[in-house]
Design a protein around this ligand. Sequence first.
Ligand code: NAD
Ligand code: TYD
Length: 350
Amino acid sequence: MKQTVLITGGAGFIGSHVVRLFVEKYQDIHIINLDKLTYAGNLENLKDIDNCANYTFVKGDIVDRSFVENLFEQYQFDGVIHLAAESHVDRSISNPLEFVETNIIGTVNLLNAAKKSWGDDFSNKRFYHVSTDEVYGTLGATGLFTEETAYDPRSPYSASKASSDHLVRAYFHTYQLPVVISNCSNNYGSHQFPEKLIPLCINNIKEGKPLPIYGDGKYTRDWLWVNDHARAIDTIYFNGVLGQTYNIGGHNEWKNIDLVHLLCDLMDIELGKTEGTSRQLITFVTDRQGHDRRYAIDAAKIEAVLGWKPSVTFQEGLKNTVQWYLANHEWLKNVTSGNYQKYYQDQYND
Ligand code: NAD
Ligand code: TYD
């Protein structure tokens, strides 16, 4: 193998797409997927590549410092693509400490282990930190987040991600650790845990349960197909300039209520139901605390400098996503059994 690359959080939603893309595309790179397998991590997401010669799964916790150091010693990684995180805003509101531990301490453990393992020789080494547009805070009716927008995180989730971004940049400036960062907008696609808006609504429509819309439903997000995020990560990992940040987004803003209408109509078609059936499930519920009004990414830099752009329209990506969830009933059933029931009851007073 030419290289050994550590991908953290590879059993999660975005991580599993990144692992699959790298394992299939770069057969001369040994991919080590390190994941704690929290509620959000699921090896079923990767069972199609499980036996590939250039793929190894390691179960472990990035918060465990000596475990992380030993792993770097064992594998002598050439690069790191760091996605492991606690990722759901609602969970961060009820349990901020877990976000501080995984997202901040876990990231520092990886930075320290990389620095120690690489010593003084950073040639051909790279530490890629995957982050979110939520670090920039919230927008009014106009404007876009650029790479120069000042950080203004407002939820425990985004504050923990912002903190990890600052630490990654600090290691670049202080120790010249070869880092690169990207900040992406909301992802959607197959294998996303059904606590996030799109898979939650797909699952609830299937089950004939209410579709909970927070507040007035006019909160706006910029949605990107997860496979396009994975393609952007591939491009940035190999071609991004060290020390730089790349914003990734789909130029695809939707108010939540309009998005849920579109999803309902797609589900009606796929399920062979009369138009308007699923929309009847829409239920306005108490707003999220500190709910950010609008996120929207200016992706001009990655498009102009690295030549990346989204490959599908939202209609195509959403249809593909709906069809995946309907075809993968067992996956959905498995992840929504057990602890999910309690989470759902606590979150929605079901
Ligand atoms: P996810 O919650 O689906 O997956 C996170 C993965 O990390 C899981 O497999 C989990 O088991 C693992 N993990 C959690 N804690 C760990 C620990 N202590 N040690 C090792 N592994 C641990 O998240 P996702 O949506 O795939 O997001 C991946 C990354 O991308 C995150 O860093 C997130 O901040 C970022 N991001 C997500 C989005 C989005 O819309 N989902 C958008 C932009 C950026
Ligand atoms: P989510 O998928 O949790 O992503 P994020 O909070 O990281 O943007 O939520 C997307 C939007 O949908 C956000 O404005 C919150 C809203 N939302 C609801 O209205 N109802 C829900 O049940 C959930 C989970 C989210």
